[in-house]
Design a binder for this molecule. Structure first.
Ligand code: MG
Length: 273
């Protein structure tokens, strides 16, 4: 029996210092392991306990751990998880499937054909974003893997009605808007983590799927899995989002990450026997 474990990364498994959300007194705070260095500086962390549990899970014969992220390949490849390297990884919100670290061309082609058929082109969305964003709060504008666009913003200065208007404009064109930390993502609706997860499940012959995620872009992944968890923080928690088969954890921040790995391990032990 093979259990596929597809987990979102940022603010689900790994946490920047701003996202740690530690509320316990400093002397009893968990020890952290830095799993990502960016430009020579520490960027992302897990608790040491979560790291040890993840290493064990990744090495378990019954489990296939699949990092599942909106990050680009390059951003993903900076992360150094404990344990053996993941045989599959889903990047660019499902647009890139890495097999032993190498992008799968057939998958990329399939995704490109679907996007061309089902939603407005990236150029139109990117141009609109640049036309309507206010330089007062816009810090950066990026296109990821020629698939989707995002803005880095001064979040406190972005008017909620601006987000609402953008969401409506995007929806009419088959795109989704997601607000995560300082980033506003515009992602084609057919570009999903769940489609890529199903492809990995097919290739690995997985008999059960587990998932975790914190943002709107993870909702389809959580719904597609047999069992799923979401942390007590993030876009989904803020919206009070829930669904059958999706457990809303009370833990928030980096401790939610630890609890998620613990739940994965328990489910693998139960389902993978
Ligand atoms: Mg996330």
């Amino acid at each position: 029996m093979t259990v596929l474990v597809a987990s979102d990364l940022d603010r689900t498994l790994i946490y920047s210092s701003a996202a740690l959300g530690l509320t316990v007194p400093d002397p009893v705070a968990p020890r952290l392991l830095c799993v990502e260095i960016h430009e020579g500086k520490p960027l992302s962390y897990m608790t040491e306990t979560a790291a040890a549990l993840l290493a064990e899970l990744s090495a378990a014969p019954a489990a296939v751990f699949v990092p599942t992220t909106t990050r680009t390949r390059k951003q993903y490849q900076r992360i150094r998880f404990p344990g053996p390297p993941a045989p599959y990884a889903i990047c660019a919100n499902g647009g890139q499937l890495l097999v032993d670290g190498v992008p799968d061309r057939d998958w990329k082609r399939l995704v490109a054909a679907r996007l061309a058929a089902e939603c407005a082109p990236l150029e139109e969305v990117r141009d609109h974003l640049l036309a309507v964003a206010d330089p007062a709060w816009l810090r950066k504008s990026r296109v990821a893997e020629d698939l989707f666009a995002y803005l880095v913003v001064e979040r406190a200065l972005v008017p909620p009605e601006w987000i609402k208007a953008l969401t409506e404009w995007a929806e009419a064109r088959g795109w989704t808007v997601s607000l995560q930390g300082r980033k506003i993502y515009a992602v084609p609706r057919p570009l999903t983590k769940s489609a890529a997860m199903r492809e990995v499940a097919r290739r690995t012959g997985a008999t059960a799927t587990l998932a975790a995620g914190d943002s709107l872009l993870d909702a389809d992944l959580l719904l597609a899995a047999d069992e799923a968890w979401r942390p007590g923080h993030g876009e989904l928690a803020d919206a009070g989002w829930g669904a059958p088969g999706v457990t809303a954890l009370s833990e928030a921040g980096v401790l939610a990450g630890e609890e998620i790995v613990r739940r994965f391990a328990a489910a693998v032990a139960r389902l993978g026997a």
